[in-house]
Structure formats: structure tokens, C-alpha cells
Design a protein around this ligand. Sequence first.
Ligand SMILES: C[C@H](NC(=O)[C@@H](N)CCCCN)C(=O)O
Length: 429
Amino acid sequence: MSTIAPTAVGRPGRLTAWIVGVLVAVSLFGNFYVYDSIGPVADLLQQQRGFTDTQVGLLNAIYNLPNIVLILVGGVLVDRFGAARMTLVTAGLCLAGAALTAFSPGFTGMAAGRLLYGIGAETFNIATLAAVADYFGGRSLALAMGAELAIGRLGSYGADMSPTWFANAYAQGWQPPLVIATAIAATSFAAALAYWWVDRGPRRAGLLPTGQASEGFAWRDLLHFGKAYWYLLALCVLWYAVILAFRSTFSIKYFQHVHGLDLATAGEMNSYVFLAAVFATPAFGWVCDRVGRYAPFLALGAALLPVALAILALTSWSLWLPTVLIGVSFSLVPAVMWPLTSRLVAPNRFGTAIGLMWVVQNAGIGGANLVAGWLNDRAGASAANPGGYDAMMAFFGLTSVAGLAFALMLWLTAGRREQEKAATLRASA
Ligand SMILES: C[C@H](NC(=O)[C@@H](N)CCCCN)C(=O)O
């Protein structure tokens, strides 16, 4: 198994594909906005509700924890019931979770809301990738996936910018911003509903994967993915663990304490990574579609991360250079990783393949956050002791080098096959 597989069972019309693409993008925007909606209200939650740092941290960590197990079930369900139905159901769970978070009187209710949101959101993410693979498989797939992710990143950027855009809501306290997040989750649900409705035609016409082959799911099926898939999984875990634990949790504090930026400038510097991804992710997807090669781009994206971390940790050069390098890596790796996954596995195993990757990825992100925090605490990292961050940077640096090693091994395996395939296509042209 796991030779380069055909990426689509049939061909829904181009217009239908783009309608689905737009609906899924709108849905993803709302989903990513809600994911990043806690950070901007963290300070208000502490001031007005007396939450500790641990409680605020838990509101985000509770997203990863259930998915260390549940996301695999989610992936299998996407293969079994189809992308559209699962997008709809999980967008509903996310909306319920966002509402529970916004309207709960106590911490437990809020945490339950984030838990519900997390259970829905990761499977939702798989279903949206599967939706794009269903409709764009074999034609502009990387561009389409890149464009979807770009709109999602715009949602994350929007959440980071919401204190500026919705200053009045923030002036009233912690709750109105979360009510806005709930309204955006409702838009995401409405788009998912419209996508499910549009999808019924092509699915009934047999133009999309039916999930039939997934009915006989067995645990041993998981071991039937080929070598290239396992290298990709390892890269996914190591690269996302570094990029999300560093960029989403520690980078702002690190910029402040080690490079002397104030909070606003450090946050702005960090948000440029999202902004870069909005434009660069689809652009890189387009290049991959044109060139027809994925593995070398993945290796390049993976290589930029340790280089950027080394510049940050070992030099006093301008922060712009590492920010640009991380921005390119954050755009290039996802732009290539998900289309490549859909080429390495059969269409009716796509959800399961991503589910398995994200089981380990969720554990990796959670683990990297804990290890980095522990290393900082142990070394007493602070503005007064910037050297205390050295161990964390060494940890992130080594982890990203390990990710690069897997990207190179992947290039040696899948890349050769890509070249053979391209040569065959050229010969038959
Ligand atoms: C598509 C990919 N998503 C993931 O890897 C998710 N498991 C985690 C998403 C967390 C932020 N929404 C990505 O975002 O590149």
C-alpha cells in the first residue's frame, strides 16, 4: 500500500469545487478565530475573574488533551461518513463549545466549553482538508489547500487583532469578545451547513469517495501506510511541536525578555508570521502544483526553522530575519504537507491517515509546551536572566533539526517516486 494513490474518485464541476472551497474557507476562518480567542482575553480573565496562569493555560491545553486519543476516531469517522457530514457535525460541536465558553458563569463551565470545542475542532480540521482533497484532488490541490489554510490563518490574525478591531467590546470586559467569537462560530456553522447542502449532489452522483472501503476498518490497517507516510508523520509532530509551542506560547515572552521588546512590539512581531502565511501559503501551494514536486519544498521549509532558531539564540541580528524565515517555514510546510499526505495514501484512508498524524501531533505539541515551560522554570528564565532561555532554545533547535532529518529521509523516498512519475508524464506527453 501507500504508493502514490489517485487523489479523486470522480470530478465534480469546477464551479461546484470553488463554491465548496469558499464555504469551507469561511467555515475555517471562524474555527481558527475561536481557537485563538483566549489569548487576547487572558489578562481580563485574570483581572476580572481571578483566573491563575495555570487556569488560563488549561483553557488552551484542554484542546490538545482529548485529541491525543479522539482525533484518530475523528479521522476514521471522516472516511466513514464523508467530509461534508463531519464538517457540519463538528462545526455544530465547535459552536456549542464556543457558546458554553462565553456564557459560563465559572471556570469549570468555560473549561467544559473549550473541551467541547477541542473535540469538535480537530476532527473539523481533518474534514475540511478531506473536503478540499475531494473537490480539488488532481487539479490545483496544493493551491486550494494553501488558500483554505490562508483564510484560516486570517481568522487567527483576526483574533490577535481583535482588541484593536473590537476595542469597545474589550472595554466592557472579558465576556463580549467571547460572545463575538461565538457569533463568528455561528457563521462557521452556517457555511458548513451550506457546504453539506451543495455536496449532496456530487456525492449522490458518485463523484466523491463514498467511505465504502472504510467499513472494514481494522487497527492493523494503520500499519499499512508506507515508509514515506511515517517520515511525514514524524516531521509533522516535530515541526508543529516547535512552531506551535514556540510561536503560540513562548515567543512573545522570549522577544521581551531576551531581545528587549515591549509587549505590543513583541506581539506585533509575532503576528507577522500569521500575516505572511496568509499570502505565502497559497503562493507556495501554487508553485508546488506547477512544479509537481513536494518533498524538496518540504525539506526547505523544515530547514528554515532551525536556522531561524539559531539566529535568534546565537546572534543579536535584527529580529526581522528570523521572523521572515519562520514566516516562510510556517507557510511552506503546511502548504506542502497536507497535499503530499493526500498523494501518499488512498482517498478513502485520508481521514484516518491525518487522524493518526494528529494523535501524535497533539501529544507532541502538549509535550513540547510542558518541556519548554519546565526548562524555563528550572533555569529561572526572566528579563533579569535571559540566559535562562538557552535550554528552551536548545530543545526547540534540536527538535527542529530532528524534523529536518525526517524531511530529508522523506525526500529520499517520496521524492524519487515524484521524479519517476514526472518523467513518465513527460514521456507520455
Ligand atoms: C492544517 C493544520 N492543522 C493542524 O495541524 C491541527 N491539528 C492543529 C490546528 C491548530 C490551529 N488551528 C494547520 O493548521 O497547519
